[in-house]
Write a new protein. Structure first.
Length: 666
């Protein structure tokens, strides 16, 4: 029996595991790095133990240290979450050697699925359908290319050790094969220290459908249906749903049974996910098996009414599975939207900063938020930039989608750039509503998705002006303490005249002129705000958290915060950043623009792609920076040549640092 569980992870998944463990009466132990000492996962756990410096290699990836801590605190089990050590067979072995239960599959199963090519060999033997391709050991250019030529283009090159979309390249014609192979190998080598490649037929319009499987130590196995994870950027999921729209019961059963066959082939135990590609002709192909809990497991929990972490703990306790296949049913529809600190307008580059405002929609039977951050937290370069998962449920897809839209409009984050507005826009697209989805959805709808033009409403400017006036009154009342003096009165009293003022204010980086007349009212300040020849009668109150305004009789309450660069109001259509100072506050998107060859953020140089003085064309990638587990290529804006690289591969760079010197071709 597990009495004390150490969670070898951080952030939302650690918090999520703690919740279930507590409900089951299990004591919890968190571990934390230097930058996480005040993190949510630390405060939620019964105990927390310091692990090491911020970089994961010195903290969350230190298998030895984690085992040592588990022994020291008397934890009898370790839950690895996902990422970090969750699919590390060596770590599972260390647990076993120290008599600690590893809440995950047997070592052999992790090893079997650790390499995409080895996994494919096993699945081929088990007669699970595979994407046509080559997954052997012969790795010469000629052999790999001859397989690609034989299966026909396009093909996909994939790193056998791959994950996170790294080491993957599409090849559309034979002439591109050599360059693509070199690039994929280089990326695989730097990411996984292993450049074994496989070649697959590239399906041009597939859906990513994965099956949740669960097996116990008594030979029982079930599948908890599927998740559609086709909405991806950089081959990584951003929106998932369950069940997969339009999947027939027959196909669901076929895929479920194939997934179980895959699990049985490696004597699987615990939670696992078998990923398939579903082609337009309804044929499905095994892609890989993830031997852990997936990020998107909550959608399965919503539609099945089960707690998968509880299942994991029960299985680890050697109990039989809580339900048989026949007892499992699908109820309603669920979506998960991953909220990332990233900039959709800048190639989804991760964003860092302090969360000056964080307002999530209220949780209910329909809305669930899994997060590991709180207002005031710093989003650093060290870990994955996912801030939260917003999960919604309702009786059918369209109702659930309406819940998702509402919840996204109620989700507000300031301090880092997020993908919230992008998610909102994406899920409002007609094709998404109609479930016309495949893995190329985001690319296909790029133009529409890029058209997001910020918060929209005719009353935004009057509202911002009102907020500024109210803030000013607040300052006055704090500054002037003589309550009997007319000069400190919190109203509009002026000797012999009505007070009127014209000023410029900056709203989402655009300048607007407003004329404000204050009128006397014993109980409340009233402002007549004239903007673009329209008159708005405004009253309101403001505090640290919200602006409650009535504009021409329409009363609303919007989250509000003050920060170093001005103020932000959270309108359902987007953030409204404003200030009375008519200067460049750096609040606009321009702020994100950096010198062409400056590091966009703190990170590590992972590749230099061209030689010094080699001629390059406009758009060609020159150097690659990795930060927050994502790569960002710095490209030539014009044709020319690099005359100097200021950093070497492996070196750390500060955000804003010049990376190279470039001579433009005349
Ligand atoms: P990783 O482990 O790096 O995440 P996967 O093998 O899981 O890589 O693939 C990630 C995504 O790449 C898939 O969800 C799918 O969108 C795309 N993909 C993978 N293989 C193929 C293929 N053969 N044809 C088309 N798309 C593919």
């Amino acid at each position: 029996m597990i009495h004390k569980l150490l969670i070898a992870n951080r952030g939302e998944i650690c918090c999520r595991v703690i919740k279930t463990a507590k409900r089951m009466g299990i004591l919890t132990v968190a571990v934390y790095s230097d930058v996480d000492q005040d993190a949510l996962h630390v405060s939620l756990a019964d105990e927390a133990v310091y692990l090491g410096p911020a970089p994961s290699k010195q903290s969350y990836l230190c298998a030895d240290k984690i085992i040592e801590i588990a022994l020291q605190v008397g934890a009898d089990a370790i839950h690895p979450g996902y990422g970090f050590l969750s699919e590390n067979a060596e770590f599972a072995r260390l647990c076993e050697q120290n008599n600690i239960i590893f809440v995950g599959p047997p070592i052999g199963a992790i090893e079997a699925m650790g390499s995409k090519s080895a996994a494919k060999n096993i699945m081929q033997k088990a007669k699970v359908p595979l994407v046509p391709g080559y997954h052997g050991d012969e790795q010469s250019l000629d052999i790999l290319k001859s397989h690609a030529d034989a299966m026909g283009y396009p093909v996909l090159l994939k790193a056998a050790a791959g994950g996170g979309g790294k080491g993957m390249r599409q090849v559309w014609q034979a002439s591109e094969f050599k360059t693509a192979l070199e690039a994929a190998k280089r990326e695989a080598m730097s990411s996984f220290n292993d450049d074994l490649m496989l070649v697959e037929k590239y399906l041009t319009q597939p859906r990513h459908i994965e099956i949740q499987v669960f097996c116990d130590q008594h030979g029982n196995g079930v599948y908890l249906f599927e998740r559609d994870c086709s909405i991806q950027r950089r081959h990584q999921k951003v929106v998932e749903e369950a069940p997969a729209p339009g999947l027939t019961d027959d196909l669901r059963q076929q895929m479920g049974e194939a997934a179980l066959k895959a699990a049985k082939a490696i004597n699987y135990v615990g939670a696992g996910t078998v990923e398939f590609l579903l082609d337009v002709d309804e044929r499905f192909y095994f892609m890989e098996m993830n031997t852990r809990l997936q990020v998107e497991h909550p959608v399965t929990e919503f539609i099945t009414g089960q707690d998968l972490v509880e299942w994991q703990i029960r299985v680890a306790n050697n109990e039989p599975l809580p339900l048989h296949q026949k007892q499992l049913t699908i109820n309603g529809h669920a979506f998960e939207a991953r909220v990332y600190a990233e900039d959709p307008d800048n190639d989804f580059l991760p964003s860092t900063g302090r969360l000056t405002l964080l307002r999530a929609p209220a949780e209910s039977a329909y809305v669930r938020i899994d997060t590991g951050v709180q207002q005031g937290d710093e989003v650093s370069v060290y870990y994955d930039p996912m801030l939260a998962k917003l999960i919604v449920w309702d009786m059918d897809r369209s109702k659930a989608l309406a819940r998702l839209h509402l919840a996204l409009a109620q989700y507000h984050i300031e301090g880092v750039t997020t993908n919230l507005a992008f998610l909102n826009k994406l899920t409002q697209l007609e094709d998404f509503k109609q479930a016309n989805i495949d893995t190329g959805f985001i690319e296909k709808h790029q133009t529409q998705l890029a058209q997001y033009s910020g918060a929209q409403s005719s009353t935004l400017v009057p509202m911002a002006a009102l907020a500024l006036m109210l803030k000013r009154q607040q300052h006055k009342s704090v500054a002037q303490q003589d309550q009997y003096s007319p000069w400190s009165a919190n109203n509009t009293w002026r000797a012999n005249e009505t007070y009127s003022e014209t000023f410029d204010l900056l709203v989402n980086n655009e300048s607007h002129q407003v004329c404000i007349t204050q009128s006397e009212n014993k109980h409340q300040l009233q402002f007549n705000i004239n903007y673009q020849n329209q008159s708005f009668l405004c009253t309101g109150v403001i505090n640290q958290q919200a602006l409650i305004s009535t504009i021409n009789g329409h009363k609303t309450s919007l989250p509000f915060c003050a920060h170093d660069l001005g103020y932000t109001l959270c309108h359902p259509s987007g953030l409204v950043r404003f200030s009375a100072v008519a200067a460049d506050l750096g609040l606009s998107e321009d702020n994100n623009q950096h010198h062409n060859f400056a590091a966009p953020m703190n990170g590590t140089v992972v590749a230099i792609l061209v030689q010094k003085n080699e001629s390059v064309v406009a758009g060609q990638s020159l150097i690659v920076i990795e930060a927050m587990k994502m790569e960002h290529a710095i490209k030539a804006t014009k044709a020319g040549k690099v005359t100097e690289f200021y950093f070497k591969v492996g070196e750390l760079v500060d955000g804003g640092a010049e990376l190279l010197a470039f001579d433009t071709e005349e």
